[in-house]
Design a protein around this ligand. Structure first.
Ligand code: NAD
Length: 255
């Protein structure tokens, strides 16, 4: 008889995950994806009402989630949440924002606001969660929802693209530092997905024409397109994958 290999587990039973920005859009999809494969998911977001509704909907389906109100750019508050609710086996850092402008018109305020959430908070939440993993001998998975804009440039997006390119570089460096502890650090890079964040772009005919001209598969993304990539990176199915990104971009960055 041939000794057949078996597919590694795509499950997270008994594991605890932390999802930032998880009350809407892609983050909610990530939280559901992890809960569906068995994890208990701690979901952080700023607005209590929408967060409570999201958690109630997940629990009503027999999955396990709890809510934590948190602004990730408050680093001290974030560290307290991670200390109180961790250690975690999985982090999905999805909290992110965009304030698009032409580079010559960019204000310092907009630059700082985007950099604080998309880059600075991403850096420190990674560190806080990684410390809990290392201290507890957890060979965990850290996933950032970056963007195709972490790999290419985009119209009116010098600040947003800069912040996501920063995340890509940060992830590679953290993967090098934390590999010895068995921690994996990766990004998922969506193309345009219809969420509250992208409503401005979807309402602009010129911009939507640009988007459609770039996506080779001929459609924009759905939250569901991101969920499989996150479940893969969170589980043993991807146990030798670190310091890299999965582009869920319909071929945008192919050329
Ligand atoms: P969204 O606005 O629906 O979700 C963003 C989430 O982040 C919200 O839950 C929001 O409350 C949360 N958030 C923002 N600032 C926060 C803060 N300071 N503290 C805590 N939570 C905060 O938008 P989305 O499209 O689902 O975006 C999610 C992530 O995906 C972002 O990082 C975004 O850059 C990235 N992304 C989105 C698209 C897209 O087309 N929608 C494409 C590529 C990447």
């Amino acid at each position: 008889m041939v000794d057949l290999p078996s597919t590694p587990s795509f499950r997270l039973d008994g594991k605890k995950a932390f999802v930032t920005g998880g009350s809407s859009g892609i983050g909610l999809g990530c939280a559901v994806a992890l809960a569906e494969v068995g994890a208990h998911v701690v979901i952080a977001a700023r607005g209590k009402e929408r967060l409570d509704e999201a958690v109630a909907a997940i629990n009503a389906k027999g999955m396990s989630a709890e809510a934590v109100v948190l602004d990730v750019s408050d680093i001290a508050a974030m560290r307290k949440v991670v200390a109180d609710h961790g250690p975690f086996d999985v982090l999905v850092n999805c909290a992110g924002i965009g304030r698009h402008s032409k580079a010559l018109d960019t204000t310092e305020e907009d630059f700082d606001f985007v950099a604080e959430v998309n880059w600075k908070a991403a850096h420190f939440v990674s560190g806080a969660v990684a410390k809990g993993m290392i201290d507890n001998g957890i060979r965990g998975s850290i996933i950032h929802i970056s963007s195709q804009m972490g790999h290419v440039g985009g119209i009116d997006r010098s600040v947003y693209c800069g912040s996501k390119h920063a995340v890509e570089g940060m992830v590679k460096s953290m993967a090098i530092e934390w590999g010895e502890y068995g921690l994996r650090v990766n990004t998922v890079c969506p193309t345009f997905i219809r969420t509250p964040l992208t409503e401005v772009t979807f309402n602009d005919p010129e911009k939507i024409a640009w988007v459609m001209s770039k996506i080779k598969l001929g459609r924009v993304g759905m939250v569901e397109d991101i969920m499989g990539a996150v479940a893969y990176l969170a589980t043993d199915a991807s146990s030798l994958v670190t310091g890299t990104s999965i582009l869920v971009d319909g071929g945008w960055t192919a050329g």
